[in-house]
Design a protein around this ligand. Structure first.
Ligand code: 13P
Length: 244
């Protein structure tokens, strides 16, 4: 299974999102060979899911709270994501970890809440440059995946996104990706995550149509989680075609 997911982050407004979806649907085959997803900001979820879910695309929230409801001003719950047509939710993106204090403990609860509401979690993990330079990459990835011992198995996608490669134009080198993805696969197996579920491992960090084919040739790279290049429907459609 190949997967390509657009993470729009805090970008686009209704009119732009509408034009993007129409353009994208025109440029990808009626039944793309890859699993395709879009993670718009909360304000666009309803609009985007109305346009692309009937065509078989996934729609992901960019975050979700572990509680179903309550006094959590500014948060969105998993049932609310379902309510606006989401089929999945990004969890643990490095920007959430870095800027909003997302913790592994909270992520374990969020994964379980997502499953309870039949949402596919796309768990993002990755090391900072300081951690890589200190030789801690695999330890960090192992720590971030250790929450799977609390959640148990379930439907899951994982994205390896080295923090230093996000939005920098500095994509990880093939041997670095090979090592990280191989390690992630071994950890997923160790935690029993792959026994009953196919768990694709996506790469994220400065993915472009120029770099994607090489990435897709690396063992255990099942696709991409794409930021900047996913804001252009033609570039994103090109990525979908490459993955198909
Ligand atoms: P860029 O593709 O802009 O580097 O962003 C990657 C990312 O953070 C996707 O979640």
């Amino acid at each position: 299974m190949r997967c390509v997911v657009a993470n729009w982050k805090m970008n686009l407004r209704s009119e732009e999102a509408h034009a993007f979806c129409e353009d994208l649907l025109l440029h990808i085959a009626p039944e793309p060979q890859a699993e395709v997803g879009i993670a718009p900001p909360f304000t666009l979820l309803s609009l985007v899911s109305g346009l692309v879910r009937p065509k078989g695309l996934h729609v992901f929230g960019q975050n979700g709270h572990a509680e179903d409801k309550g006094a959590f001003t500014g948060e969105i719950s998993m049932p609310q994501l379902r309510d606006v047509g989401c089929s999945g939710v990004l969890l643990g993106h490095s920007e959430r970890r870095q800027f909003f204090g997302e913790t592994d403990a909270a992520l374990a609860k969020k994964i379980k809440a997502a499953w309870q509401w039949d949402l596919l979690p796309l768990l993002c993990i990755g090391e900072t440059l300081a951690q890589r330079d200190a030789g801690e990459t695999l330890a960090v990835l192992g720590q971030q995946l250790s929450i799977l011992s609390q959640t148990g198995p379930g439907p899951l996608w994982v994205a390896y996104e080295p923090v230093w490669a996000i939005g920098t134009g500095r994509r990880a080198e093939a041997p670095q990706v090979l090592e990280a993805h191989g390690f992630i696969r071994a950890e997923l197996i160790r935690h029993g995550a792959c026994a009953d579920y196919e768990v694709p491992i996506l790469y994220g960090g400065s993915v472009t149509p120029e770099s994607f084919p090489e990435l897709l040739n690396i063992p255990e790279v099942a696709g991409g989680l794409v930021g900047g290049a996913s804001l252009d429907p033609h570039k994103f459609a090109a990525l979908v075609k490459q993955a198909g």
